[in-house]
Write a protein that binds this ligand. Structure first.
Ligand code: AMP
Length: 394
C-alpha cells in the first residue's frame, strides 16, 4: 500500500484527502479562510476535529495539514507520503491528460495561470511548497479541463475575432472534467450501454452540464473560466456580455470589480439576496419568499435548457442523464423539478426512488422512461489518486 495525498488548492482554501492506496481513505479535511482567520477541519475514523488556526499563506496551511498528520499518528515522517495528486482547474489546450509534475510543467502552469487567475496560482504555489517539504514525494497534476479536450471546434470556438483564439487562447475549456471522467468510468463498469452518450449534470456550488458522446467530452456549459454556463451558488453563468459595459458606466466600477461580482455575488445569492446554499433557498421557497422562488425558477430553467440543447447535440441518442455533486446527489426536489420541466425528452422518474437518501449509483427513472436517469455520487479524489498512482508506476 502506498500513501497518496490528494490536494485541491484554491486561492483561499486547501482541501486534502489521504489514501492508503488502493484500499482506503485514511483521512480528509480542509484548510479554509486563508488570509482571513484560518479554519482547519480533519476527519479521521468518523471523528471530526475542528481548529481555529491563523493561516496567512498556502505554506502555513500545508504546514498545519502535515503537522496534524503527525500529531494524530497518521504519519511519522513527511516522506511517508510517496505520491501527491494535485487538482488543477486549467490545463489549457496543452494538457489533454494528467501529467507528472516537474520544473517544466510548473513553468507551463504558471503561464496558464492567466487563463485561471482565481484557481491555478494556488495549485502551483502548493506544488512548490510540497516539493520542498516532502522532497522524496512525486507529484502529478490532474486537470479539470482535460476531459473536454475532445470537444469539436464548433463547440469550443467562440464567435469572436479568431485572433483571440490564436493569439490569446480564448476558447471554451470547460471544468469538472475529472467528475465527468469518474461518472463515465462508473457507468461503464456498472452498465452495458451501447452508445455511451450521457448528459452529466454536475450540480454543486459550482455547477456545469456536460454532453458526453461515445464516452468523450463533446460539449460543456463552462467556458474559458468556471463563470460561464448555468446559474450557480454565487456565479451568474451566461449573461449578455454588454451588461458589463452598461453597469460599469453607471456604477463606475471597472471590469475587474464587476467580474468579481459576477463570480462571488451573483447566482442564487445575487437573485435571492438570501444565500448561495441550495438548502437555504429551498427553505425560503417553502416559506413563500418571492425572490427565492424566482432564483429557483431561473436555476431550474437554465439546467433544463442546457439538457435540451445537449439532447439535440447528441442527436436524440442520450442513454442517461446523470445528477451528481452536492445538489445533484442530495436535492431530490431539484431533480424532480428539472425532470418535470424537461419537455423535449419523455423522461419520467420514480418519485419513491428519487426521494430516498442516495449514497451510491441509483437509477431514479421508471422503466418506460425514454432516457434513464441516474444519481451518481461523484468522486474526483479517487480519480486524482488513480491517475497519480498510474502515472508514477507507468
Ligand atoms: P458541492 O459544491 O458539490 O459541495 O455542493 C454544495 C451544494 O450542495 C450547496 O449548494 C448545498 O446547499 C447543496 N446541498 C448539499 N446537501 C443538500 C441537500 N440535502 N439539499 C439541497 N442541497 C444540498
Amino acid at each position: 500500500m502506498v500513501k497518496i495525498l490528494v490536494i485541491n488548492a484554491g486561492s483561499s482554501s486547501v482541501k486534502f484527502q489521504l489514501y492508503n492506496y488502493p484500499s482506503q481513505v485514511v483521512c480528509k479535511g480542509l484548510c479554509e479562510r486563508l488570509f482571513v482567520d484560518g479554519k482547519f477541519t480533519l476527519e479521521i475514523n468518523d471523528k471530526k476535529i475542528k481548529l481555529d488556526v491563523p493561516m496567512n499563506s498556502h505554506k502555513e496551511a500545508i504546514q498545519v495539514i502535515l503537522d496534524n498528520f503527525k500529531k494524530h499518528n497518521i504519519i511519522k515522517d513527511y516522506n511517508e507520503i510517496k505520491i501527491i495528486g494535485h487538482r488543477v482547474v486549467q490545463g489549457g489546450s496543452v494538457y489533454k491528460e494528467s501529467t507528472l509534475i516537474d520544473e517544466s510543467v510548473i513553468l507551463k502552469l504558471e503561464e496558464l495561470s492567466k487563463l485561471a487567475p482565481l484557481h491555478n496560482p494556488g495549485a502551483v504555489n502548493v506544488m512548490k511548497i510540497f516539493a520542498k517539504l516532502c522532497p522524496e514525494s512525486k507529484s502529478v497534476a490532474v486537470f479539470d479541463t482535460s476531459f473536454h479536450q475532445t470537444m469539436p471546434e464548433k463547440n469550443f470556438i467562440y464567435p469572436v475575432p479568431y485572433s483571440w483564439y490564436e493569439d490569446h487562447q480564448v476558447r471554451r475549456y470547460g471544468m469538472h472534467g475529472t467528475s465527468s471522467r469518474y461518472i463515465v468510468k462508473k457507468i461503464r463498469s456498472e452498465l452495458n450501454l451501447k452508445e455511451g452518450n450521457i448528459i452529466n449534470c454536475h450540480l454543486g456550488n459550482g455547477a456545469s452540464i456536460t454532453a458526453i458522446k461515445n464516452w468523450k467530452g463533446y460539449n460543456t456549459s463552462m467556458g474559458l473560466t468556471p463563470l460561464a454556463g448555468i446559474m450557480m451558488g454565487t456565479r451568474s453563468g451566461d449573461i449578455d456580455p454588454a451588461i458589463l459595459e452598461y453597469v460599469s458606466k453607471i456604477t463606475k466600477k471597472d471590469v475587474f470589480e464587476l467580474t468579481n461580482i459576477l463570480n462571488k455575488e451573483s447566482g442564487l445569492l445575487g437573485v435571492s439576496g438570501i444565500s448561495s446554499d441550495m438548502r437555504d433557498i429551498i427553505a425560503a421557497v417553502e416559506k413563500g419568499n418571492k425572490r427565492a422562488i424566482v432564483a429557483l425558477d431561473i436555476y431550474i430553467s437554465k439546467i433544463v435548457n442546457y439538457i435540451s440543447m445537449y439532447q439535440n447535440d447528441l442527436e436524440n441518442k442520450t442513454e442517461a442523464i446523470v445528477f451528481t455533486a452536492g445538489i445533484g446527489e442530495n436535492a431530490s426536489l431539484i431533480r424532480e423539478m428539472v425532470i418535470e420541466k424537461l419537455h423535449i425528452i419523455d423522461v419520467t422518474i420514480d418519485k419513491a426512488k428519487n426521494n430516498q437518501r442516495i449514497s451510491e449509483m441509483t437509477k431514479i427513472s421508471t422503466d418506460n422512461s425514454q432516457v434513464d436517469v441516474y444519481v451518481i455520487p461523484t468522486d474526483e479524489e479517487i480519480m486524482i489518486a488513480q491517475d497519480a498512482y498510474n502515472i508514477i508506476n507507468k
